[in-house]
Design a protein. Structure first.
Length: 155
């Protein structure tokens, strides 16, 4: 019995002493929307993760993942044909933190999306959004624009 307790203590100590690492980081556009990206990654010890990126001078975040070693995050509201630097942050229960940065460029919007005739403002750093339902025959679309008339969501 003493040997089992000692073995468990040693295994716990080894696990607790491991440096937190992010591995296998992949960032890909969702198949149906180039403005939403899936982020897949792993951590070597159970941790929580989130992604952060700058847009129009403001830092935006994904939601925080559940504690685990396999993580999937989603970022949305990106702009088409735009370069991004996305930083994934990880933190574990012992207080360790780490981060990894990846750069990517969003794709072009699909043909057929409407562009607004007017905008609400010209503020470059505004994150206010306007929703617009577009109905054309059997084809129904929902688009969301930022204050400057740029599409940040479509479906």
């Amino acid at each position: 019995m003493t040997r089992i307790i000692l073995l468990l203590f040693c295994l716990h100590t080894l696990h607790a002493g491991a440096q937190l690492l992010i591995t296998d980081l992949q960032v890909e556009a969702q198949s149906d929307n180039v403005l939403r990206y899936e982020i897949d990654l792993q951590t070597n010890v159970p941790a929580r993760t989130y992604a952060a990126f700058e847009q129009n001078g403001q830092i935006r975040h994904s939601s925080i993942s559940a504690t685990g070693v396999d993580h999937q995050l989603t970022v949305y509201g990106l702009l088409a044909e735009t370069d991004y630097e996305l930083t994934v942050h990880a933190f574990d229960p012992s207080g360790q933190t780490t981060q990894q940065t990846v750069e990517f460029t969003t794709g072009s919007l699909p043909a057929g999306l409407v562009q607004p005739a007017a905008t609400l403002g010209t503020s470059v750093d505004s994150l206010d959004f306007v929703s617009m339902d577009v109905l054309f025959g059997n084809n129904q679309q929902v688009q969301i624009f930022d204050r400057n008339g740029r599409t940040v969501w479509y479906q």
